[in-house]
Design a protein around this ligand. Sequence first.
Ligand code: HEM
Length: 415
Amino acid sequence: MTNIPKEEGLDHTISVLKEGYDFIPNRSRQFNSNLFETSLLGERVICMTGEEAGEIFYDNNKFIRSGAAPKHAQKTLLGEKGVQSLDGEAHHHRKAMFMELMNPEHIRQLGKLIADEWERKLDGWGDGETIRLYQVAQEVLTRAAVRWAGVPLEEKDVEKRTRQLAQLFESPASVGMKYRGAVHARKELEKWIAGLVEDVRQNKLQPPSGTALLTFSEHKDLEGKLLEPRIAAVEVLNIVRPIVAISIYIAFTGHALLQHPDERAALEGSKEEPLEHFVQEVRRLYPFFPFNGARVKDDFEWKGMTFEKGTLVLFDFYGTSREEKNWPDPDQFRPGRFASASVTPFNFVPQGGGDYATGHRCAGEWATIEVMKVTLDYLANKMAYDIPEQDMGYSKASMPAVPESEIIMENVRRR
Ligand code: HEM
């Protein structure tokens, strides 16, 4: 029996905060192993990276999600008792409701709402405006996300709700004031949406059919009971929050466009395929969601190593989407690689891997691609702008990473 390579020392939580996205890739290189053992937040943890590890991590017979997410993330990013924390039949049943919302027609509608919001911005900017792409994208996405979800939002509240939603995904690794602010934001958002769920149930509010607010207000669990309003709110926020989080990918899309002017020509004419390849390469290359955790369901062995029941295991998304054997020259931005790449459910995992319906893979992956494509088309073909000197760097220690300048664009106008 081989032993899993083990990082010496009492606790390495600080190294996760210092090295961020590179924490698992750095050690897997050092140990020359796609799995190793460490200690985080006072607990023994196994970290894994690469396609093969992904196949294991997404095996429902080997891993469960219950008890895997840290409290910190539940209080901010995820919320409590949402789909991410469920296993087995209960998970399958709740996940089906998400996947229902992701039909092609509904996703096209989301893309249309996003385009409408960019149009409105361009109308408002007239002959030219200076913007930070990351910030403007958050507002555009919030407006489109609430409409798509059937959530009424008054104009006077747009700024406040946009900020609160952003606090949820900007804070999971934060401490102190920033963390407390995000906990407060989640409480406020859940209270707001839970109130709307009750209004729907009392017929005081009628969201359009097929929207998240209506679907989750009416959803019954396996025992035939409606979800508690708070939990329905967590699930509505599981639609709205990540749509606003696509602002991070939009900032990186802007980054990629500015850093790789040679790739722009292919985007002219707004053709589907080049737009798609470009956004796929942004999702592959840029850091967003570093890793996720699950617990060992029952003792099992893999590659001669024992995984004991209850052990927390982290699977590396960032490193896996850059594994050299599947992604030659992994650090190069080359959208064209997607013309011939053989993508499997486990080798390209910016939003998780495995199966959508039976596993925990991100329900919003297709919607994310659509939102990014529509926005890229605006950035590449429908907007004119000047780019001033700015700090285009980003820190891989900060999770999530965002370009320092948030992508400043001057004189933004319709092209
Ligand atoms: C339209 C936008 C999005 C929606 C509606 C959405 C929704 C969801 C939902 C409901 C889950 C839980 C799935 C489950 O537990 O079964 C999930 C998982 C996840 N999402 Fe998204 N998401 C969106 C965008 C994003 C974005 C932009 C990212 C950024 C990388 C992301 C990363 C993830 C990750 C990493 C997981 C966990 C995957 C795993 O553990 O395997 N999502 N998403």
